[in-house]
Design a protein. Structure first.
Ligand SMILES: *Cc1c(COP(=O)(O)O)cnc(C)c1O
Length: 407
């Protein structure tokens, strides 16, 4: 009898998947060139990278910044969103999407996500808009653009801003256009796990020159682009990146299209292999998504097809077979951070008809996803060979056939 590896059997796979980050002698040279130039900040490479990456994302303007988190903060500040304002965010995302809202003094209002794509649900957004709402942050989760048609239409109609949190979606496209400047502003991360990275870093994209100038000023001590060095029209912070990061990113971006093509090929192959196995459904890809960034490959696990074995037991079994995976986020509104930081909030807002109260949030789709359903594979698993991808499906298939052993 074939035994599952979790019970002591032979794993499907004992070799590792491609490691991340990817680098070679050209990256070394890029870093050493900056070192030997003696110009380690705000010289040519930061500006060049701003031009290159803005153009790559089909945006007119780009500002490099220290992280995806500070990109969100500065995007909100550039829009003038602050104390007493509400910002609608999905409940299924990385904490920064919501914590950036709190950092600028605004109140994150959590809404549920679509059960098939895990992206923010436009109908839930519409229902949560109040007279205090100033912006919506759509997250392109796992690298799949959110429904930018519906969100663009409803934010325009209500006169509120749309920010695209594209930290997981470098190069992704909606109806032929790259994400980032479809909404008013887009934000990116170059943190080590992201599909384009320099260890840390971030970016803001926009087609609005005034917003671009405000964002640039806010990330650079409140300076004016054309002003004197010690002239400060705004109160800003120092969220600049170094020339080392820009130099590395200028080289890393040369690999991005090839890496995206490999991820797409393997991602689509995995989807077709999984369609032959009951109980493991990939996230649905909206047909209007013309390029998926596959930052994550998310599987929707159905315990009933695995003899009732809980999702976390399936993850244990899949890891034992040699496929690294994880369960992902928790419902964000349940994090103690939000209840604690808004307990003594000095403003009342319309959504709460009073002071913010995080005990009131309940997003049933998010709760089910987090507790029982989501299984994450990270992007580097899709950077391997066709056989690597077939191993993932083979391991899942083996677990499904011998689900009785999961008890
Ligand atoms: C990674 C991430 C961020 C934050 O980016 P950092 O560079 O780590 O600050 C924000 N939003 C989402 C959806 C992310 O995945």
């Amino acid at each position: 009898m074939t035994a599952l590896a979790v019970g002591g059997g032979t794993p499907v796979r004992t070799t590792s998947f491609p490691s991340w980050p990817v680098y070679d002698a050209d990256d070394e040279k890029a870093l050493l060139d900056v070192l030997h130039s003696g110009r380690w900040f705000l010289a040519d490479r930061v500006e060049e990278f701003e031009r290159v990456f803005a153009a790559y994302q089909d945006a007119q303007y780009g500002v490099s910044i220290s992280s995806g988190t500070t990109a969100l903060q500065v995007a909100l500040e550039a829009l003038g969103v602050g104390a007493g304002d509400e910002v609608i965010v999905p409940s299924y995302t990385f904490v920064a999407t919501a914590s950036a809202v709190a950092t600028v003094g605004s109140v994150p209002v959590f809404v549920d996500v679509d059960p098939e794509t895990y992206n923010i649900d436009p109908a839930s957004v519409e229902a949560a808009v109040t007279e205090s709402t100033r912006a919506v942050i759509a997250v392109h989760l796992a690298g799949q653009p959110a429904d930018l048609d519906a969100l663009g239409k409803l934010t325009a109609k209500r006169g509120i801003a749309l920010i695209e949190d594209s930290a997981q979606a470098h190069g992704a496209a909606w109806k032929g256009r790259k994400v980032g400047a479809v909404g008013d502003l887009g934000t990116f991360s170059f943190q080590a796990s992201k599909n384009l990275n320099a260890g840390e870093g971030g970016f803001i994209t926009t087609d609005d020159e005034e917003l671009a100038n405000r964002a640039w000023s806010l990330h650079n001590c409140g300076r004016a682009r054309e002003g004197a060095w010690y002239e400060h029209p705004l109160v800003g912070a120092n969220y600049r990146i170094t020339e080392f990061q820009a130099g590395l990113l200028l080289n890393q971006i040369l690999r991005l299209d090839d890496q995206m093509a490999t991820r797409s090929l393997n991602g689509e192959l995995l989807t077709s292999l999984l369609s032959q196995i009951d109980g493991v459904e990939p996230l649905r890809v909206d047909p209007r998504v013309t390029r998926h960034a596959y930052h994550l490959y998310v599987i929707r696990y159905d315990a009933d097809s695995f003899g009732g074995a809980p999702r976390d037991r399936f993850i244990e079994a899949l890891e034992a077979e040699g496929i690294p995976c994880s369960s992902g986020y928790r419902p964000l509104y349940g994090e103690p951070a939000f209840a604690a930081s808004f307990r003594d909030y000095p403003f009342e807002t319309a959504y709460f008809d009073g002071k913010p109260d995080y005990a009131r949030f309940s997003c049933p789709v998010t709760e089910r996803i987090c507790a029982d359903e989501a299984v994450w594979l990270t992007q580097n698993l899709l950077l391997g060979t066709e056989q690597d991808t077939r191993d993932i499906a083979a391991a899942i298939s083996k677990i499904r056939e011998h689900a009785g052993q999961l008890k």
